[in-house]
Design a protein around this ligand. Structure first.
Ligand code: TMP
Length: 209
């Protein structure tokens, strides 16, 4: 049996971490095995690449270098962690995936189609069963962010950069409405949870889970 691959997207202050815990609970309450992981990161090598990517001292990093390191981290994560868990029949919940590279590198950095092409190789064609995008205006998000972790290298980018990132997500939402679900992240934690659970209930019905 193949498990389910669920990804979450959303910037600072969107409530992503809280909602990931809710998604985990949704499936553990059904008695299913869940693997919670993240990008960039997951296995040891990918976590090392994460440190390089998010280090605020790496200001000179070239956009193509950045895109390739995200893809390299992903290639290792998919093969070492995600696919084995799906093959064991587990529910894999991943904080960010390829959509982040499309939004941040293709749209934010302006690298265009090259990003999807490179990532086809990085993922070997693996795509999420469903993606939840917690959409919030970047300025509102920044003001709401809990501040429990300092800003990473990309958080420090300009307002224009973050507006392009959001434009990238909007484009994905328009082109892949079946997989990529936009949820307004300005509501309360409980309201957002209810909307996410409705999407997950529908997916479970479709897959007879
Ligand atoms: P997060 O773990 O706090 O969500 O931070 C990851 C950062 O990396 C965030 O600023 C978005 C960025 N990112 C990309 O630019 N491209 C990617 O492919 C991924 C996975 C993340």
């Amino acid at each position: 049996m193949r498990g389910l691959f669920i990804t979450l997207e959303g910037g600072d202050g969107s409530g992503k971490s809280t909602q990931i815990r809710n998604i985990e609970k949704f499936f553990t309450d059904k008695g299913l095995a869940v693997l919670h992981t993240r990008e960039p990161g997951g296995p040891r090598i990918s976590e090392k690449l994460r440190d390089i990517l998010l280090d605020t001292e790496n200001t000179e990093m070239d956009a193509v270098t950045e895109m390739l390191i995200y893809a390299a981290s992903r290639a290792q994560h998919v093969r070492e962690t995600v696919i084995p868990a799906l093959e064991r029949g587990e529910i894999v919940i991943c904080d960010r995936f390829v959509d982040s590279s499309i939004a941040y590198q293709a749209y934010g950095r302006g690298l265009g189609d090259m990003v999807a092409e490179v990532n086809r190789h990085a993922t070997g064609g693996l795509s999420p069963d469903i993606t939840i995008w917690l959409d919030i205006d970047p300025e509102t998000g920044k003001a709401r962010a809990s501040g429990d972790k300092g800003p990473d290298r990309l958080d420090l980018e300009s307002t224009d950069f973050h507006a392009r990132v959001r434009e990238g997500y909007r484009h994905i939402a328009e082109t892949e409405p079946e997989r990529f679900k936009r949820i307004d992240a300005t509501g309360t934690i409980e309201e957002i949870k209810e909307k996410i659970y409705a999407c997950l209930e529908e997916l479970c019905r479709e897959r007879c889970i």
